[in-house]
Each structure stands twice: as C-alpha cells, then as structure tokens.
Design a protein around this ligand. Structure first.
Ligand SMILES: [Zn+2]
Length: 343
C-alpha cells in the first residue's frame, strides 16, 4: 500500500510537470485527488489494515495528497502566467498604424468673411462697435434722418415689438449710438458687424434675417476721396489686387451724397453670369454722413464731416466663394459648411 501511494505520487507529479495547459492540469487534479481517484481508493481500503499500520498509511496518504496539491498549484500559477503572456503577445497594438482622423469643426463661411473684414479694418485703425438687435425706433430711423412717415422707411419694413421698439433693420443704429456717446467729439472710427431683420420673403437672394457690416468715420476734414480710398483698399484686399471699384450716385436718407459701390468682376470685364455681362458687381452702399445725422448725434456739422458704408457679408461671401443661394448660410447643412474649412 505504501508502495502504491508512492508510485501514485511520482506518477501524478510527472504528469503535472508535463501538463501544457490549464485544462490538462484540471483533468489531472480530478483524476488523482477526486472522489473516484486512486488515493481515495487506497484510503477506503485502510479498514483492512492493522491498527499499527493505519496511522502510518493515513499520514502517508495525506502527505501524497499535499505534495500533489502543492505541485498542482505551482504549475497552475506558471500556466496562468504563460497564458496571459501569450494573450498579450497576440493582442499587441501596432502603434505605427495611422490613427482615425479626428473631425474638427470650422468657421461658418459668414463668420470667416466677417472676421476677415474686421481684421482688415482693425488694421486701418478702426474699432469694433456693437449694439442691441431689439432697437428703439429712434435709433433705427429717426436719428438717421428717417422721421416717422418718411417714404424711405418703406424700404426697410421690420418686425415691430411695439410702436417704438423693433428688430433693427440695419446696423446703422450702432453708428447713431456710438456718435451719441462721443458727445460731439471726434474722431469716430468704427466698424459695426451684426444681425439685422427685415420683413422679406425668403428666396435665393433674400432672407428675413441677415448680417450687415457698417463702417463710420467722423472727424475734421473727412472727404469723399477718403471714402473712395478706403473702399479701394477693402476691395483689393478681399477680392484681389487686380480689382477696381467704381462709385455710382445713389440715395440713402442718412448720407449726402450717397453712392453705390461696384467692384470689377473676376471675368476682367469680358462679361459673365456673375456680373450679368456688365463687368461690375455691386458690393455696398456708402456716402458722406448727412449733416442732420451728425447734428442729431451732437456733432457740429460745420466742423465735422464723415463717411459711412454698409455691406452684406452674405453677398460678399456669395461673391467670394461662388455661393448661389443665401439660404445655404442658415440651413446648417454640414455638406455645405464643410467646404469652408480653412484649417
Ligand atoms: Zn463678370
């Protein structure tokens, strides 16, 4: 019996040593230490032994069990480690593979154009002025030489909150407010970008909400030639050094004289669909600030003169990027917006 136990131990230890995976190891455990295993069988036969032999064999059987148990645990630890190592080796991440591209946002084309125009004028010494979008009738119309009942008001129908409060129809009230703050003292040199509203039916070239950028310069000895020079620099910087501008007489209630400003077309005057075969594209309205506007804002119109201009960044962006419908700016179509990634 003693020999049988020793033989079992040697056999088990040998098999454990040779086991190559955890499953084989578990099979060995069940085979040798399980209830139907040979050691249990040996122990069952102990009844036939003499009382002197019993404790000796019992002790030996326990020792054999323990030895097998210890060896099993050792081997299990080794195999587990090995398995983890193999797993890690198999799952190695190849860091040399290119990563997935991260999609970044970009400026809205209108924001891009507005910032470009702002930068341009800041470079010429202008500051940026802003004002409320919900505006008083006084600043939106009256202070700009558009008294109640003035026919030119019809061109700028708006959304009224009350009789006296409306959504501003242009950014000109910012000019009126800024001049008022200066309390009759020049120079004033501002650029006012912002949202404006008009009661228009939306179509390819009209939107009930759009952007404007206006500029205002008030100082002593400001002349029409200053306006022309400024706009020429603006047009060349924005559209290209080869572009020219031309001024055509026009009417605005808040400027006198008033002009429409055209920039020469990229077709170079040959005529194309953009310029409707005229060689010129209208980009903004401008003029010398009307003396009434200066006086109402507290400036002495005999001492001070000024010029103002206003443009629609949508129109500028449409011309610059060849966009055919103003509604693209406001419908948030990612396929449209993605095309203006300057990064
Ligand atoms: Zn053209």
């Amino acid at each position: 019996m003693e020999d049988r136990l020793k033989q079992l131990q040697a056999e088990a230890l040998e098999k454990i040593e040779q086991a190559e995976d955890l499953k084989t190891l578990n099979d060995i455990r069940v085979a040798y230490l399980g209830k139907k295993g040979p050691i249990t069988e040996v122990l069952r036969g102990m009844g036939k032994l003499s009382p002197e032999e019993r404790p000796v064999i019992g002790q030996l059987a326990n020792d054999v069990r323990a030895a097998i148990q210890v060896k099993l645990e050792e081997k299990q630890e080794k195999l587990s480690k090995l398995e983890v190592e193999q797993k890690l080796a198999a799952e190695t991440v190849d860091v040399t593979l290119p990563g997935r591209p991260v999609r970044t946002g970009n400026h809205h084309p209108l924001t891009a154009v507005i910032e470009e125009i702002e930068d341009l004028f800041i470079g010429m010494g202008y500051t940026i002025a802003e004002g409320p979008e919900v505006e008083k009738d006084y600043y939106n119309f009256e202070a700009l030489n558009l008294p109640k009942g003035h026919p030119a008001r019809d061109m700028q129908d708006s959304f009224y909150i009350t009789e006296e409060i409306l959504l501003r129809t242009h950014t000109s009230p910012v000019q009126a407010r800024t001049m008022e703050k200066h309390e009759g003292l020049g120079p004033v040199k501002i650029i006012c970008p912002g949202k404006v509203y008009r009661r228009d039916n939306d179509d390819a070239t009209h939107s009930h909400q759009f952007m404007q950028i206006e500029g205002l310069v008030v100082d002593e000895n400001i002349r029409m030639s200053d306006l022309k020079g400024t706009l020429e620099v603006f047009a060349k910087k924005l559209f290209g050094e080869d572009r020219k501008i031309r001024l055509r007489p026009s009417f605005f209630p808040f400027t006198e004289p008033s002009v429409e400003v055209d920039v020469s077309c990229m077709c170079g005057g040959d005529g194309c669909s953009v310029c409707k075969h005229t060689g010129w594209i209208e980009i903004l309205g401008a003029g010398m600030v009307h003396p009434n506007v200066l006086e109402m804002a507290g400036f002495d119109s005999k001492k001070y003169t000024g010029f103002a201009f206003g443009m629609g960044p949508e129109r500028i962006a449409m011309l610059k990027y060849g966009i055919d419908d103003i509604r693209h700016f406001y419908t948030n179509d990612i396929r449209f917006l993605k095309q203006f990634n300057r990064a």
